[in-house]
Design a protein around this ligand. Structure first.
Ligand code: COA
Ligand code: AMP
Length: 636
């Protein structure tokens, strides 16, 4: 007999409308759909056409109405601000959000308007997101580790009426003032917001601009609470910009209805969470994991979500995750493998764990990058709970492959996020578009249609949506990850097929970094690759060919390009190293052989590309890499 996972999976593919239509009964709608799924305007498919809903109502108000008013909705735990803890019940969070929605409304925000949020990990970030959802406005959160230029690009694309920001963010031992970054971005951008609402934090005073800036606390004093505004299920809830293959980010659009239906379903079926459970996603609201699993899904499901402002190590030590789990009785923790590699490095025996009561802790979920078997085994052994790798993308909003423990727990195979999740018909295709045999690596694709919550399009860029995802293989969404499926149906994700790299679980474009390096006056040509790193998974490494006649000290040029990437993209790019070489290896048609360079750097085997222009250059690259400790030198 088939298990609950197999039954759900089969039905989700054979009868997607029946499957998701039933799941959708769990949501509170103002008006039910005319059609569960509409593909009349291919490839721009839509879920729950004709339905009306409000995301914030389903996250907060419904729980207040249904008996959870006094249950904790959100716990803020901030070791970087002297161990501040603030707790909000569902009623308190609903009231704060309704008031802040009133502030936005008083400043002209209406359904369909965009609001950019440039916020650190404070409860007000979640409140601002939910307040936008309450009004039917579209939020776009920009991660605090991005510099002014990145913020400016997003301002020009989203054209927000309002920007909500804080006076500062806090990194380990360092306060990051946001006002200079915000002002710099608004100066750079062509589009200007009507107002900025600034949350003052005690760690940095914000110099507010007369006429433009509004103080959050002042505005809240006189705010009239705003009600939930019904929106079409197909209306956008948010835009989240993510790295594309150029410096221009892609604005992933998320709809209200499909997102709500799918994410609520994942809480029990993937994470085995029940209403009332404490769920902690140790990520950042600026990333998709933060949107889906710090803010929306746990609240849709009536859980208590933990919003943590700190790092896995250094705030104050590698025991902080155990302290938070113990203090707040966390049942499920979701984070990136890099966080566990950092903990393992600082506390290899897990000695700090012994100081805490972890009896409520039941599952550790990891995503954002591949979970390496060492980290998996260490976590399994030390923590003693199931460690579940799951694979997903900003574009989907939830996991494409997972061990859906709420349905059926499969044995864990190291290196695999287990099986495709219900709704995702995952196929491995060769360059000819045909399925490759079991066990062989190819492009990981999803046969259309994509399930609810996946991007219906890119903001202002329908054509780019089609060319980026749907054009390579007819009838399929190309994930741009490569991998294989084994004889038991387990999926293995082997890496990206484009120039995206994953640095400490953060998705970055090497193409975007190259655009910055190419702007240095002494640089003739450049390439950036991701090289393996024990802690962060990957780190960017630049190669520079200097213009003829440059006599400057090479170290000076390298220091300058490092500063340029930090200033233009942000510290999160973690770009710290570049090598100056005489020439770059290319194909005869002039394409730089980045993936061959990466394989040399990581000391992996590679086939000499048949179209290489001059193989001798690869020896020069190897020598240069050896000179800075790559290409096997470190391990020898
Ligand atoms: N605002 C401003 N700066 C930020 C920032 C933010 N929100 N987030 C990171 N930065 C800065 C860091 O301070 C660091 O600056 P530095 O170069 O001056 O040291 C730089 O960006 C790189 O940050 P990061 O790659 O995060 O490295 P780190 O050394 O600070 O921390 C880890 C390393 C592994 C502890 C950390 O990356 C981590 O916790 N990763 C988990 C990632 C995660 O949750 N990903 C989400 C997907 S689930
Ligand atoms: P992001 O859009 O930031 O979530 O990044 C998505 C990319 O991160 C994917 O396309 C993968 O390359 C990588 N990724 C995310 N989760 C995993 C995982 N569990 N295993 C391997 N790679 C992953």
């Amino acid at each position: 007999m088939s298990n609950a996972f197999e039954q759900a999976y089969r039905r989700s593919l054979e009868d997607p409308e029946g499957f998701w239509g039933d799941v959708a009964e769990d949501v509170r709608w103002y008006k039910k759909w005319d059609k569960v799924f509409d593909d009349s305007n291919k490839p721009f498919n839509r879920w729950f056409v004709g339905a009306e809903v409000n995301t914030c109502f389903n996250a907060l108000d419904r729980h207040v109405e249904e008996g959870r008013a006094d249950q904790l909705a959100l716990i803020y735990d901030s070791p970087v601000t002297g161990n501040t803890v603030r707790k909000f019940t569902y009623r308190e969070l609903r009231d704060e959000v309704a008031k802040f929605a009133g502030v936005l409304k008083a400043h002209g925000v209406e359904k369909g308007d965009r609001v950019i949020l440039y916020m650190p990990m404070v409860p007000e970030a979640a409140m601002a997101m939910l307040a936008c959802a309450r009004l039917g406005a579209i939020h776009s959160v920009v991660f605090g580790g991005f510099a002014s230029n990145e913020l400016a690009v997003r301002i020009d694309d989203a054209k927000p009426k309002i920007i909500v920001a804080a006076s500062c963010g806090i990194e380990v031992g360092r306060v990051i003032e946001y006002m200079p970054l915000l002002n710099g971005a608004i100066d750079l951008a062509k589009h200007k917001p009507d107002h900025c609402i600034i949350l003052g934090r005690p760690e940095a005073k914000a110099a507010l601009l007369d006429g433009r800036d509004v103080d959050w606390a002042e505005a809240m004093k006189s705010a009239e609470p705003a009600d939930c505004v019904p929106v079409a299920a197909t209306d956008p809830l948010y835009i989240l910009y993510t790295s594309g293959t150029t410096g221009e980010p892609k604005g992933v659009v998320r709809d209200n209805g499909g997102h709500l239906v799918a994410l609520k379903w994942t809480m029990k079926n993937i994470y085995d969470a029940d209403p009332g459970d404490v769920y902690w996603a140790a990520s950042d609201v600026g990333w998709v994991v933060g949107h889906s699993y710090i803010v929306y899904a746990p609240l849709f499901h009536g859980c208590t979500t933990v919003l943590f402002e700190g790092k896995p190590v250094g705030t104050p030590d590698a025991g902080v995750f155990w302290r938070v789990i113990s203090d707040h009785k966390v049942k499920i923790l979701f984070t990136a493998p890099t966080a566990f590699r950092a903990i393992k490095r600082d506390d290899p025996d897990g000695a700090l764990m012994k100081n805490y009561d972890l009896s409520h802790f039941k599952y550790l979920f990891l995503a954002g990058e591949r979970t390496d078997p060492d980290t998996l085994h260490w976590a399994e052994e030390k923590v003693g709970v199931p460690v579940i790798d799951h694979w997903w993308q900003t574009e989907t909003g939830w996991s494409i492959a997972a061990n859906c423990v709420g349905l059926h727990k499969y044995p864990v195979k190291p290196g695999s996020p287990t099986k495709a999740a219900p709704g995702f018909d995952v196929r491995i295709l060769g360059p000819d578009g045909e399925a490759v045999p079991t066990g062989e690596t190819g492009a990981i694709c999803i046969k259309l249609p994509l399930p609810p919550s996946c991007l219906p399009t890119l903001w202002n860029a329908d054509d780019r949506f089609v060319t980026s995802y749907l054009s390579d293989f007819d009838g399929y969404y190309n994930t741009s990850d490569a991998g294989f499926i084994d004889e038991d149906g387990y999926l293995y994700i082997m890496g990206r097929t484009d120039d995206i790299i994953n640095v400490a679980g953060h998705r970055l474009s090497t193409g975007g970094m190259e655009e910055v390096l190419a702007n240095h006056p002494d640089v003739a040509e450049c390439a950036v690759i991701g090289v393996a790193d024990d802690l962060k998974g990957q780190l960017p490494l630049g190669f520079l060919v200097l213009k003829a006649g440059v006599i400057k000290d090479h170290r000076e040029v390298v220091a300058e390009v490092v500063t340029m990437v930090r200033d233009r993209i942000g510290p999160v790019a973690a770009f710290r190293q570049a090598i100056i070489v005489d020439r770059l290896p290319k194909t005869r048609s002039g394409k730089i052989l980045r993936s061959t360079m990466q394989k040399i750097a990581d000391n992996e085997e590679f086939k000499l590309p048949a179209t290489i222009d001059d193989p001798v250059i690869l020896d020069e690259i190897r020598e240069a890499l050896e000179g800075v400790g790559y290409a096997g030198v470190r391990n020898s």
